[in-house]
Ligand binder design. Structure first.
Ligand code: HEC
Length: 129
Protein backbone atom coordinates (compact mmCIF):
# COMPACT_ATOMS: atom_id res chain seq x y z
CA UNK A 1 0.00 0.00 0.00
CA UNK A 2 2.70 2.44 1.04
CA UNK A 3 4.95 1.54 -1.83
CA UNK A 4 2.07 1.91 -4.30
CA UNK A 5 1.31 5.38 -2.96
CA UNK A 6 4.97 6.31 -3.03
CA UNK A 7 5.36 5.18 -6.61
CA UNK A 8 2.29 7.18 -7.70
CA UNK A 9 3.78 10.20 -5.94
CA UNK A 10 7.18 9.60 -7.57
CA UNK A 11 5.53 9.37 -10.97
CA UNK A 12 3.89 12.74 -10.36
CA UNK A 13 7.21 14.31 -9.38
CA UNK A 14 8.92 12.87 -12.44
CA UNK A 15 6.23 14.10 -14.80
CA UNK A 16 6.45 17.58 -13.25
CA UNK A 17 10.26 17.55 -13.55
CA UNK A 18 10.16 16.48 -17.20
CA UNK A 19 7.53 19.11 -17.98
CA UNK A 20 9.66 21.80 -16.30
CA UNK A 21 12.73 20.71 -18.27
CA UNK A 22 10.83 20.78 -21.54
CA UNK A 23 9.54 24.24 -20.70
CA UNK A 24 13.01 25.60 -20.08
CA UNK A 25 14.36 24.04 -23.29
CA UNK A 26 11.55 25.70 -25.25
CA UNK A 27 12.30 29.03 -23.57
CA UNK A 28 16.03 28.71 -24.32
CA UNK A 29 15.30 28.01 -27.96
CA UNK A 30 12.94 31.00 -28.22
CA UNK A 31 15.67 33.29 -26.77
CA UNK A 32 18.28 32.16 -29.29
CA UNK A 33 15.98 32.06 -32.30
CA UNK A 34 17.00 34.62 -34.91
CA UNK A 35 14.36 37.08 -36.09
CA UNK A 36 11.91 35.56 -38.59
CA UNK A 37 12.91 36.49 -42.13
CA UNK A 38 10.92 38.48 -44.67
CA UNK A 39 11.48 36.88 -48.10
CA UNK A 40 10.32 39.97 -50.05
CA UNK A 41 12.90 42.22 -48.39
CA UNK A 42 15.40 39.35 -48.67
CA UNK A 43 14.98 39.28 -52.44
CA UNK A 44 15.61 43.03 -52.60
CA UNK A 45 18.77 42.71 -50.46
CA UNK A 46 20.01 39.68 -52.42
CA UNK A 47 20.09 41.92 -55.51
CA UNK A 48 21.11 45.20 -53.81
CA UNK A 49 24.03 43.61 -51.94
CA UNK A 50 25.29 41.79 -55.00
CA UNK A 51 24.83 38.17 -53.85
CA UNK A 52 23.25 37.50 -57.24
CA UNK A 53 26.44 38.44 -59.08
CA UNK A 54 28.18 35.30 -57.90
CA UNK A 55 25.32 33.04 -56.83
CA UNK A 56 22.90 33.72 -59.70
CA UNK A 57 19.54 35.53 -59.71
CA UNK A 58 17.63 32.35 -58.91
CA UNK A 59 20.28 31.18 -56.44
CA UNK A 60 21.36 28.60 -58.99
CA UNK A 61 25.08 29.14 -58.37
CA UNK A 62 27.64 30.45 -60.80
CA UNK A 63 31.30 31.23 -61.14
CA UNK A 64 33.68 33.54 -59.38
CA UNK A 65 37.27 32.42 -59.84
CA UNK A 66 35.86 28.94 -59.31
CA UNK A 67 32.40 27.41 -59.03
CA UNK A 68 30.09 29.32 -56.67
CA UNK A 69 27.62 27.20 -54.70
CA UNK A 70 23.88 27.24 -55.43
CA UNK A 71 21.87 28.78 -52.60
CA UNK A 72 18.27 28.06 -53.71
CA UNK A 73 16.31 25.97 -51.19
CA UNK A 74 19.22 26.44 -48.80
CA UNK A 75 19.79 23.64 -46.27
CA UNK A 76 22.11 25.72 -44.05
CA UNK A 77 20.28 26.76 -40.84
CA UNK A 78 19.90 30.53 -40.46
CA UNK A 79 22.38 30.73 -37.53
CA UNK A 80 25.15 29.04 -39.56
CA UNK A 81 24.21 31.13 -42.59
CA UNK A 82 24.71 34.35 -40.61
CA UNK A 83 28.05 33.26 -39.12
CA UNK A 84 29.24 32.17 -42.58
CA UNK A 85 28.48 35.66 -43.96
CA UNK A 86 30.36 37.32 -41.10
CA UNK A 87 33.61 35.50 -41.91
CA UNK A 88 33.35 34.04 -45.37
CA UNK A 89 36.29 31.85 -46.34
CA UNK A 90 38.32 31.98 -49.55
CA UNK A 91 36.98 34.19 -52.34
CA UNK A 92 33.61 35.16 -50.93
CA UNK A 93 33.65 38.67 -49.42
CA UNK A 94 32.61 38.87 -45.74
CA UNK A 95 29.57 40.90 -44.74
CA UNK A 96 29.93 42.51 -41.30
CA UNK A 97 26.96 43.41 -39.10
CA UNK A 98 27.49 47.09 -40.03
CA UNK A 99 26.92 46.26 -43.69
CA UNK A 100 24.31 43.53 -43.26
CA UNK A 101 22.37 43.23 -39.99
CA UNK A 102 21.24 39.88 -38.56
CA UNK A 103 17.70 40.82 -39.62
CA UNK A 104 18.85 41.55 -43.21
CA UNK A 105 20.70 38.23 -43.31
CA UNK A 106 17.63 36.40 -41.95
CA UNK A 107 15.54 38.07 -44.68
CA UNK A 108 17.97 36.87 -47.38
CA UNK A 109 17.88 33.38 -45.83
CA UNK A 110 14.06 33.42 -45.96
CA UNK A 111 14.20 34.43 -49.64
CA UNK A 112 16.68 31.65 -50.47
CA UNK A 113 14.54 29.10 -48.58
CA UNK A 114 11.54 30.13 -50.69
CA UNK A 115 13.34 29.36 -53.97
CA UNK A 116 12.88 25.89 -55.45
CA UNK A 117 16.07 23.86 -55.62
CA UNK A 118 17.08 21.93 -58.73
CA UNK A 119 14.47 19.57 -60.15
CA UNK A 120 14.96 15.85 -60.03
CA UNK A 121 15.56 14.11 -63.40
CA UNK A 122 12.30 12.22 -62.67
CA UNK A 123 10.41 15.51 -63.15
CA UNK A 124 11.43 15.74 -66.84
CA UNK A 125 9.20 13.48 -68.98
CA UNK A 126 11.75 13.47 -71.83
CA UNK A 127 14.36 11.94 -69.55
CA UNK A 128 12.01 9.18 -68.48
CA UNK A 129 10.96 7.68 -71.81
C1 HEC B 1 32.27 37.95 -55.25
C2 HEC B 1 31.43 36.76 -55.31
C3 HEC B 1 30.45 36.50 -54.19
C4 HEC B 1 29.50 37.35 -53.64
C5 HEC B 1 29.22 38.79 -54.02
C6 HEC B 1 28.77 36.58 -52.65
N1 HEC B 1 29.27 35.31 -52.57
FE1 HEC B 1 28.61 33.83 -51.36
N2 HEC B 1 30.09 32.61 -52.03
C7 HEC B 1 31.02 32.94 -53.00
C8 HEC B 1 31.99 31.88 -53.12
C9 HEC B 1 33.17 31.85 -54.09
C10 HEC B 1 31.60 30.88 -52.20
C11 HEC B 1 32.30 29.56 -51.90
C12 HEC B 1 33.14 29.87 -50.69
C13 HEC B 1 34.31 28.97 -50.52
O1 HEC B 1 35.24 29.08 -51.33
O2 HEC B 1 34.31 28.17 -49.59
C14 HEC B 1 30.39 31.37 -51.53
C15 HEC B 1 29.68 30.68 -50.56
C16 HEC B 1 28.51 31.11 -49.98
C17 HEC B 1 27.74 30.36 -49.03
C18 HEC B 1 28.04 28.94 -48.55
C19 HEC B 1 27.23 28.00 -49.37
C20 HEC B 1 27.65 26.57 -49.27
O3 HEC B 1 26.82 25.72 -49.65
O4 HEC B 1 28.79 26.30 -48.86
C21 HEC B 1 26.68 31.13 -48.67
C22 HEC B 1 25.58 30.77 -47.70
C23 HEC B 1 26.79 32.38 -49.40
N3 HEC B 1 27.92 32.32 -50.19
C24 HEC B 1 25.89 33.41 -49.31
C25 HEC B 1 26.07 34.66 -49.90
C26 HEC B 1 25.20 35.80 -49.70
C27 HEC B 1 23.93 35.78 -48.87
C28 HEC B 1 25.72 36.84 -50.39
C29 HEC B 1 25.25 38.28 -50.43
C30 HEC B 1 25.05 38.93 -49.15
C31 HEC B 1 26.92 36.33 -51.06
N4 HEC B 1 27.10 35.02 -50.74
C32 HEC B 1 27.74 37.09 -51.90
C33 HEC B 1 31.06 34.10 -53.74
C34 HEC B 1 30.30 35.22 -53.50
Amino acid sequence: MFSQLASTWMRGVMIAAVAAMMGSFAAARADEAPPPGDPVNGKRLYVADGCFECHGRAGQGGNFNYQTPALANIALPVESFISFLREAPNDMPSFSAEVLSDQDAADIHAFLSSLPGPKSPKDFPLLNQ
